[in-house]
Design a protein around this ligand. Sequence first.
Ligand SMILES: Cc1cc2nc3c(=O)[nH]c(=O)nc-3n(C[C@H](O)[C@H](O)[C@H](O)COP(=O)(O)O)c2cc1C
Length: 336
Amino acid sequence: MKTAITELFGIQHPIIQGGMHYVGFAELAAAVSNAGGLGIITGLTQRTPELLAKEIARCRDMTDKPFGVNLTFLPSFTAPPYPEYIAAIREGGVRIVETAGRSPEQYMPALKAAGIKVIHKCTSVRHSLKAEKIGCDAVSVDGFECGGHPGEDDIPNMILLPRAADELKIPFVASGGMADARSLVAALAMGAAGMNMGTRFIATKEAPVHPNVKKALVDATELDTRLVMRALRNTERVLKNKGVDQLIEIEREKGGALKIEDIHEQVSGVYPKVMVDGDMEAGAWSCGMVVGLINDVPTVKELIDRIMSEAEQIIRSRLTGFLNGVEVKPPARAVA
Ligand SMILES: Cc1cc2nc3c(=O)[nH]c(=O)nc-3n(C[C@H](O)[C@H](O)[C@H](O)COP(=O)(O)O)c2cc1C
């Protein structure tokens, strides 16, 4: 399949693995890139630019295909040394960066001078247009369903994607709620040139996380995510667990007076506890509603091959069938 995204990034399939804290290590990024998608290392999971340089070198040892690095611009008082992270990316020969969080505007000159293609993750049409204006090459349009930070507008992809298609000139991928061939074909129909998946890629053999995490994803349904930190205007979609129940209780008590210190225990330092130790009750970690569509733990290649072959089946048989007056059933839910 050829789209504006496969052409822009030099990849075989229009499937991107979004940056994920404590998940987006070299093992997963390389597996996605080797399977023909675009794998992404999560920059800030590496505590220093030197460690990121090592992670990039490790990824390069595992794949000769293009891969990217995620740089998340956080609202924090002590900003990470972003220019040094960008230098590590440039010197590591990485030519694709996924930015997220705040606008990457102030770092665009450095990224562009290094010949880096930038895809910015946005949760609204207005932020997507801003990204286009400041020179981003593409955007990842992240709907309300998404795992992580859906923003504060609460617009699901059924509306957000066609709205983005109406306004944007640069290509975009659909992000949030994407899991299978049906997601990909629907995203393409709504004007996207591919899809970005987060949660789905955690439930793969190569994702370097504790087996408890993968089991929790297979067991959970679409009813099991919660939105937290809305009062702080830092809304995050997370998987429900005991720590999250406590967090929601504190939010209920404090109302509009909630401060980040009130929920420190439930949101800080949770990722290593969950992803490394497999403590599934530890607190808030990002997870999308798409968890309801995850029923197996395939290899990354099995997942991507399945998506691409079923997408072809949907387009060639089911959709063309409608035009020819023959109804063809959608592919049965695949379990590896
Ligand atoms: C566990 C987890 C951690 C994430 N960490 C980050 C991150 O550090 N930076 C970022 O830009 N996005 C992060 N995301 C968001 C993903 O890159 C992606 O946009 C999102 O998962 C898409 O929604 P989906 O989960 O429905 O596929 C994270 C998502 C998950 C599930």
